[in-house]
Design a protein around this ligand. Structure first.
Ligand SMILES: Nc1ncnc2c1ncn2[C@@H]1O[C@H](COP(=O)(O)OP(=O)(O)OP(=O)(O)O)[C@@H](O)[C@H]1O
Ligand SMILES: [Mg+2]
Length: 322
């Protein structure tokens, strides 16, 4: 739709696997395998799934750090494949990425001022040293850091402070969409809450849209309008947060929800423990992508790809038995 900020259709990203010496056929890891969704202005989408299900690859493909194998990305109704240079420039300004690891995503040789103003300097918008310093101070204040840190290096900061610096860097060009890749997973619980509140505050202040990637459903629940549950490169369930918890349709989502600790003392719930972990998605898989670990799997799951089933309003699950 034209009102969508970003829309993705049948997006795929495959990585080639080293060719086997004896069996020469080239195989591919299906990291992102046919994902479609749209995000509107001021909307937050939470993307959850276990390690290796393709969350980071999806985020990196959206900001053009990975070239899609197939599918389309539309920005404000226009296909990015048809973008001219100036439109790419606009896109890079408007869609920013916060990386998963606050320790490796900041250049250890650069000061906070250099890190935060990298995009400003390359954009030629502000070039006087005084203006760059002024903007850095403004951004540091926004993310709750003291302006005295401008000339400090990343090793002098804690994980939470580093993540705030990453957020300041992402905000430098006044983006419209922030893709946050597990922004709090490396932080302790109290700092997690601070960074989540900061992101939420910034979202409201600047009318930002957010794609919030996490492996933790409990974290995503509090910040998202819609939650997408991902497994082996596919979205297996999409729903508004409350509906996902009230009318869970997919057995994988049920297992994720059952793993959330119950805060009330004396109250316990049945835990669904899945066998094994997410296998590397090499090659095409016939039938349902979750069949190997599903506790409800039947013969049909090995033969037919599950259809989209409407579970509730705006709530779809891709399971034969949803
Ligand atoms: N550059 C690459 N080359 C080859 N395979 C890759 C590459 N990047 C990712 N993969 C593979 O793609 C799959 C998805 O990886 P990805 O990093 O997107 O997962 P993730 O959901 O972000 O996991 P985590 O929660 O651990 O960050 C994995 O099987 C991974 O091994
Ligand atoms: Mg990741």
């Amino acid at each position: 739709m034209a009102s969508d900020l970003l829309a993705v259709k049948h997006l795929k990203k495959y990585f080639p696997v080293q060719k086997n010496m004896f069996f020469g056929k080239k195989a591919f890891i299906h990291a992102v395998d046919g994902i479609s969704f749209a995000i509107g202005p001021r909307q937050t989408i939470g993307l959850v799934g276990e390690s290796g299900c393709g969350k980071t690859t999806l985020g990196r493909t959206l900001v053009n750090l990975e070239k899609p194998t197939a599918g389309e990305i539309y920005f404000k109704g226009k296909n990015t494949a048809d973008f001219k240079y100036s439109e790419w420039y606009e896109y890079r300004k408007s869609v920013q990425f916060i990386f998963q690891d606050p320790y490796s995503s900041l250049n250890p040789r650069k000061t906070v001022l250099d890190i935060v103003t990298t995009s400003l300097r390359s954009s030629n918008l502000l070039y006087s040293k005084k203006k760059l310093a002024g903007r850095t101070e403004e951004l540091l204040k926004l993310v709750g850091l003291s302006t005295q840190y401008c000339h400090h290096y990343p090793h002098e900061f804690s994980g939470g402070q580093r993540q705030r610096i990453s957020i300041a860097r992402a905000l430098a060009l006044s983006p419209e969409l922030l893709i946050c890749d597990e922004p709090v997973s490396a932080l302790d619980v109290s700092i997690q809450a601070q960074v989540l509140n900061l992101l939420n505050g910034l979202k409201n202040k600047f009318n930002l849209s957010l794609i919030f990637i996490s492996h933790d459903l409990a974290v995503v629940k509090h910040v998202s309008d819609m939650i997408f549950v991902m497994y082996r490169g596919k979205i297996v369930e999409k729903a508004p947060g409350a509906s996902l918890f009230a009318h869970t349709g997919h057995p994988y989502s049920k297992a994720l929800i059952s793993a959330i600790p119950e805060p009330k003392v004396g109250k316990s719930k049945e835990r669904i423990i899945l066998k094994g972990d997410v296998s590397t998605p090499v090659g095409e898989m016939k039938g349902c992508c979750f069949q190997d670990r599903c506790y409800m799997a039947q013969k049909i799951c090995k033969k037919q790809e599950p259809p989209a089933k409407q579970v509730a309003k705006e709530h779809t699950a891709f399971c034969h038995f949803a």
